[in-house]
Design a protein around this ligand. Structure first.
Ligand SMILES: *Cc1c(COP(=O)(O)O)cnc(C)c1O
Length: 393
């Protein structure tokens, strides 16, 4: 059945937590304190499948279970295949190790000059500022170091990383990620941003965060004031399905935008969640309405126990083809594979070019119509004598 959505509806409200005072509900620290982190807590609100129960039992050895009440409300508890549910509730397939899977599938540790910093590209670094998240995506690329379920012993130490950035003038772009940087206190975040701003060669600061999606209450006016003060700061959020685009997320994005934070989105292509052109189209349209520009669509990283989320690359290409030309150019993300072992993000594109010779390029458009563009210029008549007039000095 093709996915259709109610384009006027933005889900909102306290859902299962009607009894909680609104002041608590809107308080991000309340949301964090009241996260669902055990099978017992989940089962108070929903019936888990046997498969999910097995997954939950295993979770504490791999990647902790945590879901904010706000995000839990988005789950369709009657549907075991709910796209929100599959992102945050563990399943038994997490225990299966498949060929090619690694705990550090992107070879980040090998590109780490100091703990918490990944320097893979010439001019920019990835700065992992915390090991905590508001909720845990079951396909997390950094499950080895977030939530500490694997005794990875990662303790972010900012000073060493800041000194490395200060000492490397080639670094013009710093991407704060983690874990989720927005779980740091305002004070810590302000300190980090002010230190980075003080480094002359750092031109560009950005944050990768799923907090607006898991915990939109965190996007407070005080936080936005910090972005205003130390901006420009760009932000990539992480939305995978149109149902995550609630009124609360929309409002959080508005607060960020009004504070001068340009917003992008990174989605992961996930089996049974968003591996469908209609779902993806609904998602990117919602994003644009929230002032968010789709940035990347990721092919799943080869993390341990992630094979059940993996989608055939040909399906990903089909989705991109279904967007390009058929809808707003701003709505089309770049599909990428982050190369296993650490080669960086590589674009994977549908092939519109049929041939290129010295004479012409032959290509097709979004409707499959073929076009020719000449590469050789052939004047249709002999060139006229050049008419040069030189004005007297
Ligand atoms: C994704 C990533 C970046 C940023 O890549 P862009 O394509 O510039 O968004 C930088 N460093 C590392 C290690 C990354 O994984």
């Amino acid at each position: 059945m093709p996915y259709t959505e109610d384009r006027s509806a933005w889900f909102e409200g306290q859902g299962l937590w009607q009894h909680v005072p609104e002041s608590d509900w809107l308080d991000w620290t309340w949301q964090l304190k009241n996260r669902l982190t055990t099978v017992e807590q989940l089962e108070r609100h929903m019936e888990l499948t046997a498969d999910e129960k097995a997954g939950c039992a295993f979770a504490n050895h791999k990647l902790a279970l945590a879901i904010t009440p706000y995000f839990f409300n988005l789950i369709d508890r009657a549907d075991p295949n709910c796209p929100i549910r599959q992102q945050v509730i563990p399943r038994s397939a997490e225990m299966i190790l498949s060929e090619g899977e690694e705990t550090d599938s992107l070879g980040e540790d090998a590109h780490s000059p100091v703990p918490g910093l990944v320097h893979r590209y010439p001019d920019r670094v990835l700065f992992l500022v915390t090991d905590r998240c508001a909720a845990y995506c079951r396909y997390c690329t950094r499950s080895r170091l977030v939530s500490n379920a694997q005794d990875y012993n990662f303790h972010p130490e900012h000073e060493q990383a800041l000194r490395y950035i200060e000492a490397h003038p080639e670094i013009r772009d710093v991407l704060l990620s983690g874990g989720d940087p927005l779980l740091l206190s305002d004070k810590k975040l302000e300190h980090l941003l002010s230190r980075l701003r003080a480094i002359k060669h750092v031109e560009f600061i950005r944050i990768g965060s799923r907090i607006p999606v898991f915990l939109p209450q965190r996007i407070t006016p005080a936080l936005c004031d910090i972005f205003k003060k130390y901006g420009p700061v760009w932000m990539s959020i992480h939305v995978n399905h149109p149902r995550e685009c609630t009124a609360e997320l929309r409002d959080a994005c508005e607060r960020l935008s009004f504070a001068g934070v340009p917003l992008g989105n990174q989605s992961v292509l996930l089996r049974g969640i968003n591996d469908d052109a209609d779902v993806m189209k609904a998602l990117v349209h919602r994003l644009l309405r929230m002032r968010v520009r789709p940035y990347y669509l990721y092919q799943m990283d080869l993390i341990t126990g992630g094979a059940h989320f993996k989608v055939d690359v040909r399906k990903g290409l089909e989705i991109i083809e279904a967007l390009r030309g058929h809808t707003t150019g701003y709505a089309v993300p770049q599909y990428v594979i982050d190369a296993p072992g650490g080669g960086g993000k590589v674009p994977i594109n549908p092939d519109y070019v049929e041939s290129i010779t010295d004479d012409e390029i032959v290509f097709r458009n979004y409707e499959g119509k073929r076009f020719h563009y000449p590469l050789k210029t052939r004047p249709l008549q002999p060139a006229a004598e050049p008419q040069v007039t030189v004005s007297p000095a």
